[in-house]
Design a protein. Structure first.
Length: 400
């Protein structure tokens, strides 16, 4: 915040926090880290976490081991179908608005402060008060084929009301801000760029510390290519497998491709090539892994590949660099800026270029070491404290 900006007193905050439940994605990690810091920040007089239609106490954060393994309370197929019925959708929206308005009134009564609602994941719940919205990416608008049709339809139905309701927006990158201006017509002056951070746990791991995890997964130290994300078409893993298959057989066998992440939507890594590679041991799919295992895998990989087709920021790219891992990523969308000059960047649609970049890192120790060093320097600017202070500054602008 600049010295010329008026300073608002503390305020109450209703924080959209659905991403805390279920298997935590990149958006869920952003919500978790923001909530942990905002809980103790003097600017926030009272914090309530919105899970589904309930306003939870921040004490929820102390029970996250149980909560994060619970079923995700996201949009079920039945609820998606019901939300397409105008009468039922309006009726449900009125109920949500009443509950949120009541929660805001209770916070205002406790604190004597103004209350705002911040939605951390693009689509705001109906609310009568001040609303700020974080937008992570507009992939559903840029290329609807990157998402299930029902999700795109739901987003498109709900987006106009969100744009009308929000007083201000936070974009996770300059790229996303530019997309919001171009694709949604949001005025640039209403958008603050607030970049995510990195947890301190994401740091280089010694070989002996990672050994139990690697042994459990049947991997050798610095002898695998790692990719981390939910398995869905946008992450481009089928093309990554094709690039891996183009490597010379000795290199491919020495450095199997490990794709760590839970199954999302769509058919990904399920074709004949994937079946043959799994049978040969050159493709490993360990599924969703806890952070401790991921950090060990990041830290001891020969190279991390993140060739996503579209990202609003690209947190896995930062996580890999923070763990001291050479990164090969996309030269498109936000990843070009997120990775800076600390990664090899390629056209994610060019399988041969992707394969060539992987081979360069795997065969050139000097290049790999240079990328490791540059990555560790590059990520130091990204902190959760910087992100939460950026959010608070955005809220103060909205309040003023």
């Amino acid at each position: 915040m600049t010295h010329s900006e008026p300073i608002s007193p503390g305020f109450g905050l209703l924080l959209g926090a659905d991403g805390l439940t279920g298997r935590r994605s990149g958006v869920g990690r952003v919500i978790l880290e923001a909530a942990r810091l905002l809980r103790a920040d003097p600017a926030v007089a009272d914090l309530r976490l919105l899970i589904g239609e309930a306003a939870e106490s921040p004490d929820l954060l102390d029970r996250l081991d149980a909560v994060s393994s619970a079923p995700d309370r996201g949009l079920s197929p039945l609820r998606a179908a019901l939300s397409a019925l105008p009468g039922l959708a309006r009726l449900r929206g009125l109920g949500v608005r009443r509950r949120l308005d009541r929660a805001a009134a209770e916070v205002a009564a406790r604190t004597g402060r103004p209350v705002l609602y911040h939605e951390m994941n693009a689509i705001a719940r109906p609310f009568s008060g001040l609303t700020v919205v974080t937008v992570h990416d507009l992939s559903f608008r840029a290329d609807p084929a990157l998402h299930p049709p029902a999700r795109v339809a739901w987003m498109e139905r709900r987006l106009p009301a969100t744009l009308r309701q929000a007083s201000r927006f936070a974009a996770v990158s300059a790229f996303t801000k530019a997309e919001m201006v171009a694709r949604l017509g949001v005025a640039p002056g209403l958008i603050d760029v607030v970049e995510p951070g990195l947890a301190a746990e994401f740091r280089p791991t010694a070989a002996e510390a990672a050994a139990p995890v690697l042994a459990r997964l049947g991997l050798g130290d610095r002898c695998y290519v790692l990719a981390v994300s939910t398995l869905e078409p946008r992450k481009n893993f089928d093309r990554l497998l094709a690039a891996h298959l183009l490597l010379p057989a000795p290199l491919r066998n020495r450095f199997p491709l490990v794709v760590a992440g839970g199954r999302g939507w769509g058919r990904v890594l399920e074709g004949a090539d994937a079946e043959r590679a799994e049978a040969a041991g050159t493709l490993r799919l360990p599924g969703f892994l806890p952070d401790a295992d991921l950090i060990a895998l990041y830290g001891r990989a020969a190279v991390c590949a993140y060739p996503s087709l579209y990202e609003g920021f690209g947190l896995p790219a930062l996580e890999a660099m923070a763990c001291g891992t050479p990164l090969v990523t996309s030269a498109t969308s936000a990843l070009a800026d997120t990775a800076g000059d600390a990664a090899l960047k390629v056209d994610p649609f060019d399988t041969e270029a992707l394969s060539g970049a992987l081979r360069r890192v795997l065969e050139d120790d000097a290049l790999a070491n240079d990328l490791r060093a540059r990555g560790l320097v590059h990520v130091t600017r990204y902190t959760w404290t910087r992100m939460t202070q950026g959010l608070i500054s955005c809220w103060r602008r909205a309040l003023n």
